[in-house]
Design a protein around this ligand. Structure first.
Ligand code: DON
Length: 577
C-alpha cells in the first residue's frame, strides 16, 4: 500500500477518534479525574500492549511510534528514547520539547547504569530576587509566563550526549521521524486541542499564528505542519548540539529573548553542559531501585519514602486506612527533608547518603504513630500544575531507558521562538523564587534551592528503573506532575511489588499524594471507601479529593517480552515491537 495512502487512512481514523473523544469530553466535564492532564477521563484506557522485542510508552502515540520505528531499524533503547524525545517535541508541544530540560536514567543489559541530568540552568544574569516586586515584596508571575521565566535549555545537549555515549545510531537517523512529523505535519487530536484551549497564554506570543489561527486553538482534525521546527531539527541533526547552542537557532532564541525582555544570552547557550550522574541505587524488599539523584529530588525522596515503608512488613492492604496512613506519613517525612535540604549539588551540600540510608529511615519510621497523623504547618494550596512528560523504552537485549522531560508548565513560558519554531520553558519557577513562599506546585522550599546564576533548579522528576531480585529489569516507570511525580512513581512501584498488581492495574489504581506542605492528603476518587475516609479524618488527616494525580507511562518485563501501559488518565500510546 502506498505510504501516503496509509498516512491518510491513519489520519482519518485519528480524526474520527478525536471528534468522538471531544464529544465525550464535553459530556464528561464534571468528571474530575484527568482534567488537568489534558486527556480522556476514562480509566478504562490502560490497555496493556505486548511487545516481544521492545516497547515504547509515552504521552503521544505518534512519538511512541517514532521510537518503535528506530527499534525496528536495529536501534537500541537509547536510540529509541532519543527518537521519542525529539518526536515528543513535535507531536506533544505541551511538554515535549527542545526548549526545556529533563533527566534520563539508563540501564544497559551489560550491567552499565547511567543517569544524565540535562536540567535547565539559571542564566548568568539571573538574580536571587528577580521575581520579587521590590515595591510590594510580593512574588510576581514572571517566573511563570513570558521571557524572564526560562532557564537555559538542556534537552538537545542531554539527548545528544546520551546518544553519543550509549546509542548505536547517528543523530540524524534517530531524529528522522521527528523531522518528518514536523515537516509533513500530523492531524491535531482532541488532546492537543484541549491543551491549547486550556493554555491561552500561548496566544499572547509568537506561536499564536501557528497554534491559534484566527484566534482559536487548532481544531481536532486540522493538520499541524511546523516548518520552522522542521528546519531547526534538520540543523541539529546535521550539526549536533552546536546546531542549537550556536549559530542561527541560538541567534533566533537570543533575539526573541532580547525583544521580550528575557536575559538568556549567546554566552549562556555556549556554556550549557549536561551532567552525567551516578544513579541512586537502593533496595526495597530485595528489589533494586535505580533512581535520579540531584539536581532532581525525585530519587532521594522516593528512596527515603520506600525505606521508611520497608520498616513495616508487610504493608497493610491497598485501600485500607492503615495503608493510606502509613504511606501518607512516609511521604510527609520525605518531603519535609526534600523541601528544606535539597538543591543543585554544584551549589549546596546535599546529605544524600544520610537521607537514603536505612538507618535514617528506621528513625523516621519509629516516629510514626500508627493511629494519629503527624502535623506539618498548614499552607495555602497553590495553583494547579501544568505539564511534563515521561516516557519509558525497552529493547530486545534488555537495555532500558526511563526519561522525564519538561517545559515545566504546559507550553512552558508560552514564549515561542520565531524561526526556531519551539516553546521555551518556565523552569525558573522551580527555584525557591522567594524561599518560604510556595511555588506553582505549592512547594515551600528553602535556601538550598534559591536562585544563583548557573545553578540548576531543584526538580521532582523521577525516571526510575526497578530490577527484580535476580537483577533483571522488572519496571521502567516515571511520571509528570511536579511533586506528584514522586508519589505516583512510588505508588505504581508499590502496587506492583507490594500489592502484586499487574502493571495496568498498578497504573489504574487511584492515587494518593502528600507533600508535607500543604498538610493535606490528596486522593483520587476510589482510593478508599467512605468508611476509610472517616477513619483517616478521625486520625487527624485533612482529606482533599482531587483530579488525576500525575501522568505516568510504564513498562514491565513479562515472560517473552515487555508490557507497556500508557497513562490511563491521559493520552498517549504504548507501541510494541
Ligand atoms: O522538575 C519538576 O519537578 C517540574 N518542573 C515538573 C513539572 C511537571 O511535572 C508538571 N506536570 N504536570
Amino acid at each position: 500500500m502506498p505510504r501516503r495512502f496509509v498516512r491518510h487512512a491513519i489520519a482519518l481514523v485519528l480524526v474520527a477518534f478525536a471528534v468522538a473523544a471531544c464529544r465525550q469530553a464535553t459530556v464528561r466535564q464534571t468528571v474530575d479525574i484527568g482534567t488537568y492532564l489534558g486527556g480522556q477521563a476514562s480509566l478504562s484506557q490502560a490497555t496493556p500492549v505486548f511487545g516481544a522485542h521492545g516497547m515504547v510508552a509515552s504521552n503521544s502515540a505518534l512519538a511512541s511510534e517514532a521510537g518503535a520505528e528506530i527499534l525496528k531499524a536495529g536501534g537500541n533503547a537509547v536510540d529509541a528514547a532519543v527518537a521519542t524525545g525529539f518526536a515528543l517535541a513535535v507531536t506533544y508541544p505541551f511538554a515535549g520539547n527542545i526548549g526545556g530540560g529533563g533527566f534520563m536514567n539508563i540501564h544497559m543489559a551489560d550491567g552499565r547504569d547511567a543517569a544524565i541530568d540535562y536540567r535547565e540552568i539559571a542564566p548568568l544574569a539571573a538574580t536571587r530576587d528577580m521575581y520579587v516586586d521590590p515595591a510590594t515584596g510580593k512574588l510576581t508571575d514572571k517566573s511563570l509566563v513570558g521571557h524572564l521565566a526560562s532557564g537555559v535549555p538542556g534537552s538537545v545537549a542531554g539527548m545528544a550526549e546520551a546518544l553519543a555515549r550509549y546509542g548505536s545510531l547517528p543523530l540524524a537517523k534517530v531524529m528522522a521521524p521527528a523531522i518528518r512529523l514536523a515537516r509533513d505535519g500530523f492531524p491535531v487530536d482532541s488532546a492537543l486541542y484541549r491543551s491549547l484551549r486550556g493554555n491561552r497564554a500561548v496566544a499572547q506570543f509568537a506561536g499564536k499564528d501557528l497554534f491559534f489561527p484566527g484566534g482559536e486553538p487548532l481544531a481536532p482534525g486540522a493538520r499541524l505542519v511546523q516548518s520552522d521546527l522542521a528546519r531547526t531539527l534538520e540543523i541539529i541533526a546535521a550539526k549536533g548540539p552546536a546546531g542549537f547552542y550556536a549559530g542561527e537557532v541560538a541567534e533566533a532564541l537570543v533575539a526573541e529573548e532580547r525583544r521580550g525582555g528575557g536575559i538568556i544570552t549567546m554566552e549562556d547557550l555556549a556554556r550549557y553542559k549536561p551532567e552525567w550522574r551516578t544513579p541512586i541505587r537502593s533496595t526495597y524488599r530485595g528489589y533494586t531501585l535505580l533512581t535520579m539523584p540531584p539536581a532532581s529530588s525525585g530519587g532521594i525522596t522516593m528512596t527515603e519514602t520506600m525505606n521508611i515503608l520497608e520498616q513495616f512488613a508487610p504493608l497493610p492492604p491497598y485501600g485500607s486506612a492503615a495503608y493510606t496512613h502509613l504511606v501518607t506519613e512516609a511521604f510527609r517525612r520525605a518531603f519535609i527533608d526534600r523541601n528544606e535540604k535539597l538543591g543543585d549539588p554544584a551549589f549546596v551540600k546535599v546529605p544524600l547518603e544520610q537521607l537514603t540510608s536505612k538507618a535514617y529511615a528506621k528513625t523516621l519510621a519509629a516516629g510514626i504513630d500508627r493511629t494519629r497523623a503527624t502535623k506539618t504547618p498548614a499552607f495555602k494550596v497553590a495553583r494547579e500544575p501544568e505539564h511534563t512528560t515521561h516516557y519509558s523504552v525497552a529493547d530486545a537485549k534488555g537495555n532500558v531507558v526511563s526519561t522525564t522531560t519538561t517545559l515545566n508548565g504546559g507550553y512552558g513560558s508560552a514564549v515561542w521562538i520565531p524561526k526556531g519554531g519551539f516553546f521555551m520553558n518556565n523552569e525558573m519557577d522551580d527555584f525557591a523564587a522567594q524561599p518560604g513562599t510556595p511555588n506553582m506546585f505549592g512547594l515551600v522550599q528553602g535556601e538550598a534551592n534559591a536562585i544563583v546564576p548557573g545553578k540548576r533548579m531543584l526538580s521532582a522528576m523521577a525516571p526510575t528503573i526497578v530490577l527484580d531480585k535476580d537483577g533483571s529489569v522488572l519496571l521502567v516507570v516515571g511520571a509528570a506532575g511536579g511533586p506528584r511525580i514522586i508519589t505516583t512513581t512510588t505508588e505504581v512501584i508499590l502496587n506492583v511489588i507490594e500489592h502484586r498488581m499487574s502493571l495496568a492495574d498498578a497504573m489504574r489504581a487511584p492515587r494518593l499524594h502528600h507533600q508535607s506542605i500543604p498538610d493535606t492528603l490528596r486522593y483520587e476518587a476510589g482510593a478508599f471507601s467512605d468508611a476509610v475516609a472517616d477513619s483517616l479524618r478521625a486520625m487527624g488527616h485533612a482529606l482533599l479529593r482531587t483530579g488525576g494525580l500525575a501522568n505516568a507511562n510504564g513498562i514491565m518485563r513479562v515472560n517473552g517480552g515487555w508490557i507497556g501501559v500508557r497513562e490511563p488518565r491521559s493520552t498517549g500510546g504504548a507501541v510494541g515491537h
